[in-house]
Design a protein around this ligand. Structure first.
Ligand code: ZN
Length: 132
């Protein structure tokens, strides 16, 4: 996937501002390039138990995107203290196996790590992120 530099930076900013809790949101755009970011309220505010997107907000965003023929490129969330890899819970709770899942790890707060994954059933495959 490709991601516009300003969007990439906004996503990291969202992770830092939500610290020590997890942030979550949606990256959208066209032809596999994320050019829009929609932070979504995390209704399960806790550094340990993960994230749960506010489903009303998520539904509204998906509806707007559909109406303007903009595609969901990826769902993102942060790992305030853990590695840049999907947790068991992340894998268990995947609801859009055709989308990419981006994780921002702040385990090294000075140098946030960002990776994208395709998660299908319990198979995890890393996908390249190109910043443009
Ligand atoms: Zn996670």
């Amino acid at each position: 996937m490709e991601i516009r530099k300003d969007i990439y930076e906004q996503m990291i900013q969202d992770a830092i501002e939500s610290f020590p809790n997890e942030c979550c949101g949606i990256l959208a755009g066209k032809t596999n390039t994320a050019s829009k970011i929609y932070p979504v309220k995390n209704v399960e505010v806790s550094p340990e138990t993960g994230y749960l997107m506010d489903s009303d907000v998520q539904f509204k965003i998906l509806k707007i995107l559909e109406q303007s023929s903009i595609e969901v490129i990826a769902f993102y969330h942060s790992h305030p203290n853990s590695e840049c890899y999907p947790s068991k819970k992340d894998i268990d709770l995947i609801s859009y196996p055709d989308s990419l899942y981006v994780i921002i790890s702040l385990a090294e707060i000075e140098s946030p790590e960002v990776k994208a994954f395709k998660i299908q059933k319990d198979k995890v495959r890393e996908e390249e992120i190109k910043i443009i």
